[in-house]
Each structure stands twice: as C-alpha cells, then as structure tokens.
Design a protein around this ligand. Structure first.
Ligand code: MN
Length: 746
C-alpha cells in the first residue's frame, strides 16, 4: 500500500468540511449552516481541478482557513468569506457573484483579502516594515479582512514544507516581519506564537532544531516538574477556596530563541522554560492567587508585572510573576480572569467570540462603529509608551483618513485619503512635483486627478523642461504640504514672468479703453485698488493678473472707475477715456513703451531686459524676446540656435514677445566672435594688432587649438551696432591664415 499516495490523494474535502460543521455546531448555535454549506459548495466548484502543492484539492486550504477563523472566534460572514477567500484571485468568480449569493458584506471582505494578497513585498528596513503593517491595516477597512488574512497565512505557513526553499524563506520573513506583529497588535497571542515558530523553522532551521531537540530531550523531566508544580498549586488554591483552572505549557520556541539571543545564553542557560496559567473568575481572585503563589514560592525580584491595572496596548491583561520552584527551577505564572484569557488568546477577534455566544448575527449588525468604539475605548485607557503606536494604527483603520502607496523602489508613502499623483510627487520632493510631466499607477498612465488607492505603485515621470505646476493643481492636490509647495513655486519661480505677462495684459486692456499704465499709475488712482486686493505694490497686482488670480478686465474696470472718481483733478485722462469710447473699433495708436538698453518690448514699458549670452545681439540684429522665469525678457538673435530650439518647443508658446531696437541708441553692446584660423606662430598677436588698429574695445580674448594645426580665437568686444561689428569681422577675415569669423550662437 502506498501510504504517501493515500495521504495525498484521498484527502476528502467533504469529510473535512463536515468536521468543520461539527466544530461550528459545538461552538455556537447561532450560525446559518445552510449558508456556510452553500459557500463551501461555491468554493469547491470554483476551485475544482486546482491542487495545492502537497497534491490535495485546493478547497482544503479554504476549509482550513475557515477552520482557523472558527478557532479565532469569527462570525458567520467571516467564515463564509474565509471559505471564499481565494475565489476572486484564483477563479473566474467575481465580487458580484459573491454579493448576489451572500451579500455585499461577504463580497467586500473577500475582495479586501484579495487586495492584501496582491500587495507585493520586497525586503524591508524596519521602518518600512512598520509602514507595510500600517498599510495592510489601512487596507483592511473591515478588521475581519486582516483576521481572515492571518488565518490564510497561518494555514499557508503550516503547509510551507511543500514549497520551494526560496519561497519558504521569503514567506517566512514576511510572516515574521509583517503578519506576526500584526497578530500581536491585534492581541492574537495564539496566532502570533504559531506564526513565529513556523517562520523561525525556515529562517533559522538550525537554531530552531537546537531548541526543539533540547526540549524533546528534557521533556520527561520538564513534564514531571510541571505536573508536580501544578498539583502543588492546585491543592493549595483548593484549600484556600479559590475556583480556578490551571494550564501549564512549555514556552513557545521563538520566545526561547529570542531570550537566548537577548541574553547571549545557550539553551541550557534558559531555566524558565515552563509557564503556568491560573485562570479565575474575578479580578480580586487574581491578586488573591498572586499572594498565595508568592507565599508558596520565592518570587524572582523584578519579574512581577501587573498588566491588570496597566493593560498592554493590545488589550492584554494578566498578572505575571516568576518564582523559584521546588528544584530551584524558575517558572512563570500568569494569573487572569476568563475574560482576560479570551482577549489574550484571540485579541480583537474575542469581540465576536463573546457576541456570538450572546446573540446571533446582531454582533456585526450593530455596525463597525460599535466595534471600533469598543476597540478605541480599550485603547484610550492605555498608558504604555507604545500604546499610541497601536492606537495610531487602529485609527488609520477606523477613520480611513490616510492612504498608503508604494514608490517604484518599494518604499511605502503615507498620504491623506483622496491624495493624487500630485501629492505623491510633492511628498517625494518639491523638484519631483515641479518637474512632473506624467504619472503611472500600477504601470498604467493616469491623469493627475487619479485618486490613489492603498497598495498602488506610483511612478512619476519628470522632465527638466517641464512647464512646472499649473494653477488647477492646487485643487487637485489633497495634502496641505503639496499645496504649499505649489504656491511657493508660483510665488518664486513665476513671479517675474507673471509680472511681465500681467503688466502686458493690463496694458493691453487699458489700451482698448484708451488708457495707458501711466494714466493709472498715480497713487491716488491705484492705491485704493491695491488696498482692496491686499497688494503691496503694482508688481503684486501684475503678478496676480499674470497667473490668473485677477482678470485684466476686472483690474482695468476698477482702475478706470477710480480714475473717474478723481475726475476734477484728472480731466485730461478722462477726456481720453471718452475719446476712446468713440473710436473703440478704430485703430488705437500703438503706444510706444520706454526703451531699456535700447530695446522696446511690445506692449511693455520699463520691463527687465537681458541680452542672452548665447548670441549676444547688437543693434541691427533681427531679435526676439523670450519671457524667462525670474529674469525678465531675454533678447535673442532670431538666428540663434538656442532661440530656434526654444521656438520649436510648443510648451513655450505664449512666452514670446515682439521686441525691437529703439530708434536712437546711445549705449554700446558686448558681443562675442569666433575666429577660426590656422594654428601658426603669431596668429593671436596678429588678431590683437588688427583689433587695436580698429580701436575696438576688447573685453577678453582667448585662444585654443581645435585639432591638428587649427585653432579658434574667441574675442568679446564692445560695439555700437551690427554695422561696426561687420566692419571688424571683415578686417579680421583678411588676416593670413584666418578661415572664417563667426558670431556666437550660430
Ligand atoms: Mn489563501
């Protein structure tokens, strides 16, 4: 007979399920077994043909998860959801299919478990592991989702032997770092212990074996010891008239392992391997038992802990003490009431366990609020330092005011609920936000207003030539920090540009009304307007018009009205207004701005002007103006390579202004020319001599070789205009050995 084969292939899911039904019947009378049976049928059909790694039908895993859920004490909906927990992920069934037969609550739980299953982990730093735990809790809007996930993980860990060594390691690490701590947080001591011991088995097989071997070897001795201590305590407590139940056990492997590490001991140095639990009916009994134990055995100083008066953050309550037993062997005694016991074993889940006993389905019908209020009440009374941590996590769950997403590197980023890719980008760095040109979520391109979901992997595409944030990002962003950073950008990066643009817009609007900026720049006219909008100066107003905070029309109308108020003093300007009204459609004379550095900028006067260094234009050159960020209008030659590049980028549309040279020019201009020539002795000297003979004002001259026998002499000099420059370049071209003379920017 092939026993192995028999074991694997004759696992009868139906028989397993009947066992589960028997267990449910023993535990409670309040569950609708018909619904649970229907869920099993659905799971069995959906998973039919699928096998676990050990060869058993897949549905046995679903039954096992449901079985653990029963052990934990979960309710009917949870057990149904546990049976169906893998159908969305692994079969063709959908949320709707489940909802139709079992209601949306069950379907939502299954979907929740599916989402947790899809979260991918990479190896994590401590802080990241903590964020991941928070993410999972946040994703489990219904706490039953995480409880079923723990049941699922527990069964997967129990059957981990059939997986590949790699998978064993990675799943065990994940269990140790993520799920065991969550079980601990939720106060599920029993699940936590088992998860830890199973993980340790794969993470440090030798360490695990050392401990279990040792325990096995010492088991007869330990059992004798425990039996005799238990009998002693039992007899004495009975004599004192205390109703109690005493359990004793060997401590779980991982707790011994940790102790060995922390105290740098080998297993033989660990004495208190045994733990006793005395469970009584009331709190006074707890302290009564404590006194009796201390009277019977010598307590180890510093080991007494009262978690009844000061419960642990995960709601755990008990009195702990360590005493020296008859053979000089120390052992720990935990004293607690039954209520405390259930809470300790099942944590948050104990809530359902009690309620289930009391009244059928009403447990959850009264809603999550009650559930959470209950958890919260318990937690709010906590005083331990890490209580806030746990409370914080539960809060995330309860109020759902946060969302946790992944960066492409696997870091977890915490954002307010409703956050968008804009919030994400600015959370990483202001520069990422300011340079954002696109966003991907889970590999798909999304719009900026996409609402991030827990567990999303968010990727921001950036570009150095990004136009920067737009005004509507302020509405799209949910976090204050992102909004603040966007506003900062507008204030800083775009102020100059906005001022120039805003002034041009206002001048344009004024011109249509037959007015000029000069007409309204008078303090008496503009200061009421500035005050009305809390601007400190005209530039503020221009800036506001520039970025659209104030329309040019509105500003113009206000200024015109103010001008009318000043009527007696300002006849001439008003005359112009009425004149303009008469010839609105006709051609208003183009108002010439005041030249700056010999440059007239269309529609603007007195604006900041700068000559670009790439092409150093001089009067007579064909020029264009480019509105820069923060440095006014930059003047380029139309044939400048940079200028051509800027022109070809559609993002720059709207940033160009017409500029021209003023009629009369008094200044001279710096420009740079390049003389390519044969690299011969005396070449630089000859160039210098020619320039000197022409009385050219040379600012700098430098020479370098560009290859075999060739060199370039670069000269920066001052000229009045293009004609003078042309004359100089002609002269330089005639020097023997000079190939050509070019201007920069070509
Ligand atoms: Mn599963």
């Amino acid at each position: 007979m092939d026993t192995q084969n028999q074991k694997n292939n004759t696992v009868d899911p139906d028989a397993l399920f009947e066992e589960l039904v028997r267990k449910i019947r023993e535990n409670t009378h309040n569950m609708d077994l018909g619904r649970i049976r229907a869920a099993y049928e659905m799971a069995r059909m959906a998973h039919s043909g699928q096998k676990r790694k050990d060869g058993s039908p897949y549905v046995t895993h679903c039954i096992a998860a449901a079985d653990i859920s029963v052990d934990i004490g979960l309710d009917e909906e949870s057990i149904i959801a546990a049976l169906l927990h893998d159908v969305i992920e692994d079969t063709s069934l959908t949320h709707d299919d489940i909802a139709k037969q079992f209601g949306t609550a069950v379907a939502d739980i299954v979907e929740g478990v599916t989402k947790l299953t899809r979260v991918q982990y990479t190896s994590k730093e401590d802080e990241q592991a903590e964020n991941l735990r928070k993410m999972l809790l946040a994703m489990s809007k219904d706490i039953r989702v995480i409880l079923i996930k723990i049941a699922d993980r527990l069964h997967n860990m129990r059957t981990m032997a059939y997986q590949s060594p790699d998978k064993q390691k990675s799943k065990s690490l994940e269990t140790m770092e993520i799920y065991a701590p969550i079980a601990h947080r939720l106060g599920m001591q029993r699940a936590k212990w088992e998860l830890e011991d199973l993980s340790l088995q794969y993470l440090d097989p030798e360490g695990y074996k050392e401990i279990t071997d040792n325990l096995t070897r010492r088991m007869p001795e330990l059992e004798r010891f425990m039996d005799s201590m238990k009998a002693k305590i039992q007899t004495r407590l009975e004599a004192e008239g205390v109703q109690c139940t005493i359990y004793c056990r060997i401590k779980h492997v991982y707790s011994i392992y940790r102790k060995m590490f922390a105290q740098k001991l080998d297993i033989n140095g660990i004495f208190d391997l045994c733990a006793f639990r005395v469970i009584v009916d009331s709190i006074p009994d707890c302290y009564n038992v404590l006194g009796i134990i201390h009277d019977m055995f010598k307590p180890v100083p510093g080991r007494f802990k009262d978690y009844i008066s000061t419960p642990k953050p995960n709601m755990y309550q008990s009195v702990h003490t360590t005493v020296i037993g008859s053979e000089g062997i120390p052992f720990e005694v935990q004293i607690r009431t039954w209520e405390m016991h259930y809470t300790a074993e099942y944590g948050v889940a104990a809530h359902w366990k009690y309620k289930m006993g009391a009244s059928a389905n009403t447990a959850l019908r009264d809603g999550d609020e009650t559930t959470f209020a209950w958890v919260r009440r318990l937690l709010e009374s906590q005083q331990e330092s890490d209580a806030s941590d746990f409370f914080y996590n539960m809060k995330v769950d309860m109020f759902a005011d946060e969302v946790f997403v992944f960066s492409p590197k696997g870091d977890v980023i915490n954002l307010p609920a409703g956050a968008t890719p804009i919030d994400f980008a600015y959370n990483i760095h202001s520069d990422i936000g300011n340079r954002m040109v696109g966003a991907k979520v889970n590999g798909r391109i999304v719009t900026y207003d996409y609402v991030l979901q827990n567990g999303d992997i968010v990727e921001i595409r950036t570009s150095k030539s990004a136009p920067g944030p737009s005004r509507d990002w302020l509405n799209t962003a949910k976090s204050n920090s992102a909004r603040t950073k966007i506003k900062q950008w507008f204030k800083k990066e775009r102020r100059e540009e906005n001022i120039i643009r805003g002034r041009a817009m206002l001048e344009d609007e004024l011109r249509h009304n037959g007015l000029t900026l000069d007409d309204v720049s008078d303090d008496a006219v503009c200061s009421p307007m500035l005050k009305r909008f809390s601007f400190t100066c005209m530039d503020d107003m221009f800036a506001a018009i520039g970025y659209g905070g104030l329309t040019a029309t509105r500003a113009c109308n206000r200024l015109r009205d103010e001008l009318k108020n000043q009527e007696p003093k300002r006849k001439t300007a008003l005359d112009k207004v009425s004149e303009a009204a008469g010839r609105r459609e006709s051609h208003a004379p183009k108002k010439e701005g005041k030249a700056v550095h010999g440059i007239l900028v269309e529609g603007l006067s007195n604006c900041l002007v700068k000559f670009s260094r790439c092409c150093t234009p001089v009067p007579g050159d064909d020029i264009m103006g480019f509105i820069t960020r923060g440095q006014g209008v930059s003047i380029h030659r139309r044939d400048c390579v940079n200028c051509q590049q800027l022109l070809s980028n559609p993002e720059n549309n709207g940033r160009w202004v017409e500029v021209s040279w003023a009629g009369k020019i008094t200044e001279s201009y710096l420009t740079t020319i390049m003389i390519s020539a044969k690299d011969r002795n005396g070449m630089v000297m000859d160039v210098a001599t020619v320039l000197n003979s022409l009385n050219a004002k040379v600012h700098s001259l430098s020479a370098r070789t560009t290859g075999l026998n060739f060199g370039v002499v670069s000269v920066t000099l001052e000229v009045k205009d293009a004609a003078e420059l042309k004359y100089i370049t002609n002269k330089l071209s005639s020097i023997p050995g000079v190939n050509n003379v070019t201007r920069n920017g070509m």
